[in-house]
Ligand binder design. Sequence first.
Ligand SMILES: Nc1ncnc2c1ncn2[C@@H]1O[C@H](COP(=O)(O)OP(=O)(O)OP(=O)(O)O)[C@@H](O)[C@H]1O
Length: 259
Amino acid sequence: MMNKAADAGANAVEARALTVVRGDRTVLRSLDFTVGAGRITGLLGPSGCGKSTLMRAVVGTQAKVTGTLDVLGHPAGHPALRPRVGYVTQAPSVYLDLTVRQNLDYFAAVLRPGRAHRSARRDTVTRALGDVDLASHADALAKNLSGGQLSRVSLAVALLGTPELLVLDEPTVGLDPVLRRDLWDLFHALAADRGTTLLVSSHVMDEAERCHRLLLMREGTVLADDSPDALRARTGSDTVEQAFLHLVDTAATRQENSR
Ligand SMILES: Nc1ncnc2c1ncn2[C@@H]1O[C@H](COP(=O)(O)OP(=O)(O)OP(=O)(O)O)[C@@H](O)[C@H]1O
């Protein structure tokens, strides 16, 4: 079944003049961008450029947000969005003293309480375990899992509700190349088969090539909002990494000249 937000050409997220202040710093500076529905948008940029802050704003957990930020047709953080948006933070949100399946059973029961939904919950948990390739570890205690396995349990929790928008903060950190490839295959399957919109952050530029569209960030600004192909062509670069460096240099030169 396709999600409602995956209509051709629709935007799942629309930001205008999005600004976020944290402490006494302006961390996001008047950003304008969109995230296409049913597509994978990569949020890339160096550590500290504001990726997590932008994601927190989109899921509605960030304070001091100004400008306009609409998510699936509602202002970010609107209560109607709670069942429609999945968010996986960098720190896995998993109970370490429970098994993988017990964690998923617990969160599934929070989402769909009641005996009447028991069989549907069991199916959802089995599907989520398969999605993240952890069926063989279903009965392992979470505290005995590796970091990569733990982050996949977190992802499975987010998949339980079949969210229309999935916001993933650096989901592939610490994973080996095979698991990284498998996770990206899963992201593509979610977009293609379920119409899920994915906003995925990474500071690994080679992951950019796997996205339909990229938001390249630096120091709280969006340097580019384009497809990987268009970005390479526009900057005459062979890789997205080179394109990023080209854009950083161009922005620096422009700044120098304006002084
Ligand atoms: N509570 C806070 N008060 C003030 N500044 C903060 C606070 N939290 C984060 N920052 C600053 O906001 C900026 C953006 O942080 P953010 O975590 O969004 O970056 P990021 O691109 O996600 O980094 P990383 O890839 O390392 O996770 C950083 O410079 C950080 O130091």
